[in-house]
Design a protein around this ligand. Sequence first.
Ligand SMILES: C[S@@+](CC[C@H](N)C(=O)[O-])C[C@H]1O[C@@H](n2cnc3c(N)ncnc32)[C@H](O)[C@@H]1O
Length: 269
Amino acid sequence: MDTSAAGKTDIFKMAQKVRGQIRYQASLLAAWAELQSLYYRNLIEYYFRNVNLMQPKSFVQSFRMMRTVHRVRPYTAVFVPRLVALYRLSEEVNRLALPGDFVECGVYNGGSAAIMASFCEKGGPKRNIWLFDSFEGLPEPTEKDGDRAPAYEGWCHGDLAKVTRVFQEMRISDDRIRLVTGWFQDTFPTVEIPRIVILHIDADWYESVKLCLEKFYDSVQPGGYIVLDDYGAWEGCRMATDEFIAARALDVKLIQVDYTGFYFQKPEK
Ligand SMILES: C[S@@+](CC[C@H](N)C(=O)[O-])C[C@H]1O[C@@H](n2cnc3c(N)ncnc32)[C@H](O)[C@@H]1O
């Protein structure tokens, strides 16, 4: 064994290196645990706020909801409360047997769409799900989207293989899926969807949200829902929505889901 001064220095340096590595790995582990606990805290909090323990039926429904949300989580950038809201709205339109398709503008890896799609053949009328995305990430924003927006150009670059995988995992029949790949401005003129029951707009920027509302609002069934994922987070989405509501003089009440998600029900007139 080397007990010289040089040998002791080497051992000391090695111990320092190992300690550094352990600290680094421990901090990664702590960050991961924090993320997980935030996710589960969110789920559990929502569960206790919503489940009515006096009704065993609600317990089963809430369990199904949690399982669905849990399964799509790896495929979505949408946070749990908004996934839960989408689930609840899809459940509601099925319960009321409102006719129409599900439409999602801004798909990314397919997670939030899979929530709605899981209701295409579950009770209620048979529905299709329409998926619109460039699969090239967010386009260039405009000044209406604010100073933070340019840093997000290209963000949320979806992967079609993941979309296929989540739909397969959720056992959604291919017959129900209408995938439209490309920029909204190019693809919207090529489609006509006669009746929509939920229009989920998750496209962040002013121009994108405006295009979605102008193209699809009129096809939304009265009593159906318009869900805006970015109303709270991005001023462009908020501006496009507020302008649209004002221009049409719509008498609607925006309902808040979390810090960014909002939705409203299409009125009869
Ligand atoms: C926030 S991500 C959608 C997240 C998704 N709903 C989920 O479950 O994770 C926004 C998506 O909108 C798409 N997008 C935004 N503007 C678009 C446009 N004008 N044309 C096509 N796709 C657009 C982007 O490609 C991106 O995938």
